[in-house]
Design a protein around this ligand. Structure first.
Ligand code: SF4
Length: 322
């Protein structure tokens, strides 16, 4: 009988991971054939030993919302789709500060400033960029929150400016594997996303990146995306469950309920934990077939308070009370 779960393949993966060895792609793919219970149990051992059980919470506020030029098939905020979601142009720094204070009162430790744009484009949209910088400064002065930013593609000077303002994490998803990325987005590439992560890291900002599950990708795509992120070297893995929004191409393909089961999420979480044994794994579970408690009990570490980015939307009433 093997040591942790009784499943030989999983326990071998646990032993190698605890010894500091990285699993090969073939070994990661082999895990997909094992029982979800054993995988979850093994991943929890890895989390407890190497990443710890600490849970953090975060809130977010939008600088802009719903006017993006890009065509990501899952995204309700693309101007090219017909999703019926709240939209607005640039909002003032005071409103972002107030949202941050609300999030802090509800227990958030971090606040993410989000713009649903292709990129920061500071030279093109000077006023918006100044509002972002002002909001970061105000929130840092008036709250104890760590401030993160999610503004799309970044140039090196923009990343350095954000680092200078004290931004803790740059949040930039790769969404899925390079293979599937080409099927969901035609207006930019996986490599462009990788470059922004590298630019932010070179400026000294920690990285949050991750994937969306439930948009028609395969389990192999999820493994490949997780391994790409290991090669890039991220600090927090964000595992997002898509709640497809009517009017987006992905919702037309897979319908408007998440295209993944509870077992599929647990399997993904476990394999991500084996690929990223030492870092925090965040999630949103707003409408996913898994609860926050199940996620944290498996091998996750963090939850998001309130709104979600890009991956679905709450009705306004739920958003305000979340
Ligand atoms: S995911 Fe980001 S880049 Fe893609 S359409 Fe949505 S806001 Fe734009």
């Amino acid at each position: 009988m093997s040591q942790w779960t009784g499943n030989e393949t999983v326990d071998e993966a646990v032993a190698r991971t605890l010894a500091g060895e990285a699993l090969t792609r073939e070994e990661c793919l082999a895990l997909l054939d094992e029982s979800v219970d054993a995988l979850t149990e093994g991943a929890a051992v890895v989390r407890d030993e190497l990443a710890g059980e600490g849970v953090t919470t975060r809130g977010l506020g939008y600088v802009t919302r719903g006017i993006c030029s890009q065509d990501c098939g899952f995204c309700a905020y693309s101007a090219r789709h017909d999703a019926d979601v709240e939209q607005h142009g640039v909002i003032e720094r005071e409103k972002l500060r107030d949202a941050a204070k609300r999030a802090e009162r509800k227990g958030a430790e971090r606040f993410n400033i989000v713009s649903t744009r292709r990129g920061a484009d500071s030279a093109l949209r000077t006023d918006e960029w100044q509002e972002v910088l002002g909001a970061i400064e105000t929130i840092r002065e008036e709250t104890d929150l760590e401030v993160d930013a999610c503004l799309g593609f970044l140039e090196p000077d923009e990343a350095e400016r954000l680092a200078g303002e004290g931004v803790k994490h740059y949040v930039h998803m790769v969404e899925t594997s390079p293979r599937y990325f080409e099927e969901i987005t035609s207006t930019h590439t996986f490599e462009e996303r990788r470059r922004t992560l590298e630019v932010a890291r070179e400026a000294g900002i920690d990285l949050i990146s991750g994937i969306i599950v439930g948009m028609g990708e395969t389990p192999v795509d999820r493994v490949d995306a997780a391994r790409e992120l290991r090669d890039i070297g991220i600090d927090v893995f964000s595992l997002n469950v898509l709640s497809p929004v009517a009017g987006t191409p992905v919702a037309e393909e897979v319908g408007t309920t998440p295209d993944i089961t509870r077992e599929g999420i647990l399997q993904t979480l476990a394999v991500v934990r084996f690929v990223h044994p030492e870092i925090r794994i965040d999630t949103n579970t707003a409408r996913a077939p898994i609860t926050r408690e199940e996620f944290l009990e498996a091998s996750g570490n963090s939850i998001q308070l309130g709104d979600m980015i890009h991956y679905g939307d709450y009705p306004v009433s739920e958003r305000e009370s979340a």
